[in-house]
Ligand binder design. Structure first.
Ligand SMILES: NC(=O)C1=CN([C@@H]2O[C@H](COP(=O)(O)OP(=O)(O)OC[C@H]3O[C@@H](n4cnc5c(N)ncnc54)[C@H](O)[C@@H]3O)[C@@H](O)[C@H]2O)C=CC1
Ligand SMILES: CC(=O)C(=O)O
Length: 370
């Protein structure tokens, strides 16, 4: 199969879909890979390294997009919709529940849209989201700690405290991949950490993992409200796979937070967990202040640590890309139910229920279209 790898064009998106090691894997299996010139530079991979791995370096986005399958990192931006054509296999993060324009463009052009974030194993885990959730979760605490500093607009609290002065309080809503990694770093910093989740079994696992280093709370409006209002840093990481994120923290709760507190809404890529997360920000200008609270709502957090993230993403996506390329998307998705769950658009239909519901459009089962 001919596989294209365009350069990412989102603000400060320095990741690339495949590291040279992944190119070598695909080429060794008999496929052709076309990498747009400079696509890897943000992650410190040169054209020469890609060429040595066997890729063809192409000089334009047009050529990279003109292949049978395109692998990307972020959801295409409107200026990329012109590259869509009927039958294109697009393998990338899509976050369609929060992207009505992109959903429409994929349907109109009959693109086979396979979303990394909805590929799901029988145990419910999301293997192509996990490494970026690990990155974003760890970053969430780091950036939260930074924005609590006075010169960054925060209230001037050091999360670790010092002897004689109490520790900062961190609330993490959603104890999955992002939440667990955010907690790891917050505990490491010595903060007073609370994790809130809807799933009691998940709370038990977190309790076993972190012991007395965390407080765990079941998710309900009262627990969320009480914990959020008392916190210096609140991290939003609730996901209902493929669906628009639930807004669990209301504007009223945010109004009650102390001035200079910080919100890091990692779930912003699916629409966000805070009623006050009313915009997506960029790495160039990552925060805004609402009701005195600093909001960080960057939808591509791992783009700031591209070297780690590109390698982490390649590790998990390439085995699936190989299945798509070796067998063709139909047989690959019939043989592997996890991959089948990744198909969000096919033949002009929305094939992921939560996406169809988010946009009020007809849902068609992917399997019946294969
Ligand atoms: N902004 C960014 O750059 C990035 C954003 N993300 C996003 O972060 C979000 C979280 O991802 P993961 O942690 O991997 O998901 P996950 O599926 O591992 O975890 C989600 C957790 O939310 C919990 N949950 C569901 N409903 C809840 C409720 N009502 N109250 C409390 N908890 C509830 C689930 O039980 C689960 O433990 C996703 O939207 C993902 O796309 C991930 C990576 C980068
Ligand atoms: C998950 C996602 O959208 C990201 O890593 O940017």
């Amino acid at each position: 199969m001919k596989i294209g790898v365009p350069k990412e064009i989102m603000n400060s998106e320095n990741r690339v879909a495949i590291a040279p090691s992944g190119v070598l894997t695909l080429i060794s299996a008999g496929h052709e890979v076309f990498v747009e010139t400079g696509a890897g530079l943000g992650s410190s991979f040169t054209d020469d390294q890609y060429a040595e791995a066997g890729a063809m370096i192409v000089s334009s986005a047009d050529e990279a997009w003109g292949q049978e399958m395109v692998m990307k990192v972020k959801e295409p931006l409107p200026e990329e919709y012109k590259y869509f054509y009927e039958g294109l296999i697009l393998f990338t993060y899509l976050h369609l529940a929060n992207e009505p324009g992109l959903t429409k463009a994929l349907i109109e052009h009959k693109v086979i849209g396979i979303a990394y974030e909805t590929v799901q194993l029988p145990n419910g885990s999301l293997p192509l989201l996990t490494p970026m959730s690990e990155v974003a979760g760890r970053m969430a605490t780091q950036v939260g700690a930074q924005y609590l500093e006075k010169p960054k607009g925060g209230k001037g609290v050091l999360l670790s405290g010092i002897p004689g002065v109490k520790r900062g309080k961190v609330t993490i809503i959603g104890g999955g991949g992002v939440g667990t990694n955010a907690a790891k770093i917050a505990i490491g910093l010595g903060a007073d950490v609370t994790i809130i989740d809807l799933n009691p079994e998940r709370l038990r696992q977190l309790d076993d993992l972190f012991g007395a280093s965390v407080n765990t709370l079941i998710s309900n409006s009262l627990n969320i409200s009480e914990s959020v209002v008392e916190s210096d840093l609140v991290i939003g990481s609730v996901l209902i796979p493929g669906a628009k994120a639930p807004q669990l923290v209301t504007e009223e709760m945010v109004k009650k937070m102390k001035d200079g507190s910080v919100i890091v809404d990692v779930a912003i890529d699916q629409g966000g967990n805070f009623e006050t997360s009313d915009r997506i920000t960029t790495h160039d200008n990552p925060t805004y202040v609402k009701h005195g609270v600093v909001h960080y709502t960057v939808a591509n957090m791992p783009g700031a640590v591209p070297r780690t993230s590109t390698i982490g993403l390649t590790n998990v996506t390439v085995p699936y890309a190989l299945q798509l390329a070796n067998k063709g998307y139909k047989k690959a998705c019939i043989d592997n139910q996890a991959l089948l769950k990744g198909i969000n658009t096919l033949d002009g239909y929305v094939t992921f229920k939560a996406v169809a519901e988010a946009h009020g459009v007809k849902y068609s089962e992917a399997q019946s279209l294969l």
